[in-house]
Ligand binder design. Structure first.
Ligand SMILES: [Zn+2]
Length: 144
């Protein structure tokens, strides 16, 4: 088995706020991430596909297909968006690095054209990232 990783970058804004908590509680728990008008990040996403290289092409997954999938599912949906308001898949969730990574996993996993999705790693900043794996972090149901 070989692991192939493709990296893309996108920019988005978000705000951490839980409507079930008071304003004061939100400020205490989320600090400046709770500032009312949100703030932006330059996200780096690494998508890793596992599989056997195709005997004809030598590829685990067709790179053009993977690029198209990331464009369609991630860039169009999240790039230059406000994650709290513009991404329906995140509705009702606090758009933390963890939750955004899980949403991206769930968007990509059923559509990987060859091989299988092995890991989604989302960097919110150079020193903070969240990982989603098939059997791990945040995968609910359908795990194998
Ligand atoms: Zn933030």
């Amino acid at each position: 088995m070989v692991l192939l990783t493709r990296k893309i970058e996108f920019s988005a804004s978000h705000r951490y706020n839980n409507p079930a908590m008071s304003e004061e509680e939100n400020r205490r728990v989320f600090g400046k991430c709770n500032n009312p008008h949100g703030h932006g990040h330059n996200y780096t996403l690494e998508v890793t596909v596992a599989g056997e290289p195709d005997p004809v092409t030598g590829m685990v997954v067709d790179l053009a297909d993977l690029k198209k999938l990331l464009e369609q599912e991630v860039m169009r949906r999240m790039d230059h968006r406000h994650l709290n308001f513009e991404v329906p898949e995140l509705a009702g969730q606090i758009p933390t690095c963890e939750n955004v990574a899980r949403v991206i996993w769930n968007l990509l996993e059923p559509k990987i054209p060859q091989g299988r999705l092995h890991r989604v790693r989302l960097y919110e900043s150079p020193d903070l990232f969240a990982d989603c794996y098939r059997n791990g972090a945040g995968r609910t149901g359908g795990a194998s």
